[in-house]
Design a protein. Structure first.
Length: 194
């Protein structure tokens, strides 16, 4: 999934300049990575607010058209928000090339809870990890990883190594070569006896 964002080059840097931009209804941002110089840009605050309502944009390759600069393919790496208003204060965008791997946290989308035999028997399903850190090429970046829990019995747990991943996607915790990193993502407790 790709979305087009329009940015303007930012010439003034620093806290004071960033405050002025925010008062003018703009969000300061930086585009970095891919062995190129970082570029300071701004986005319309109203556009950013509406664009981030779609959670898929956090894990999608964005096409950023920098007016007065180049068009960049990027992923959202970090968002800073104002502590009181929760308004977006700054965005870090990492360039996404087809040559280099990117590391991102993506959500786990659990499906099939209602039909899981362990839940039907009275067991409680607990979701232990809502997200997982992955590495992949930008073109392979999933917006979420679907986890089918419909066959889980009471007492079962599902680990990172048991997840079905899209092609080209690697879970970073599993690259350490140690089974201690293969953590459970979901489990079902055994029903309590009365």
């Amino acid at each position: 999934m790709s979305q087009n964002w329009t940015a303007e080059i930012r010439t003034n840097e620093g806290k004071g300049a960033s405050r002025r931009l925010r008062r003018e209804g703009k969000v300061p941002a930086i585009i970095y990575g891919a062995d190129k110089d970082a570029v300071s840009v701004t986005f319309s605050a109203n556009f950013v607010k509406h664009a981030l309502e779609n959670v898929d944009n956090f894990n999608s390759v964005l096409t950023v058209d920098v007016q007065g600069g180049q068009t960049e393919s990027c992923v959202v790496k970090d968002i800073q928000r104002h502590p009181a208003t929760n308004e977006v204060a700054h965005i870090d965008l990492q360039r996404a090339s087809d040559k280099g791997m990117i590391t991102k946290r993506v959500p786990l989308n659990f499906v099939g809870k209602a039909v899981a035999p362990g839940v039907k028997m009275g067991g409680m399903m607990t979701f232990l990890q809502p997200t997982v850190e992955i590495r992949c090429l930008a073109k392979d970046l999933p917006t979420a990883i679907t986890v089918d829990v419909s066959n889980m019995e009471a007492g079962d747990s599902m680990r990172l190594s048991e997840l079905t991943l899209p092609a080209g996607v690697i879970i970073t915790a599993l690259t350490h070569g140690n089974s201690d990193y293969d953590q459970a993502v979901v489990n079902i407790s055994k029903p309590k006896r009365k």
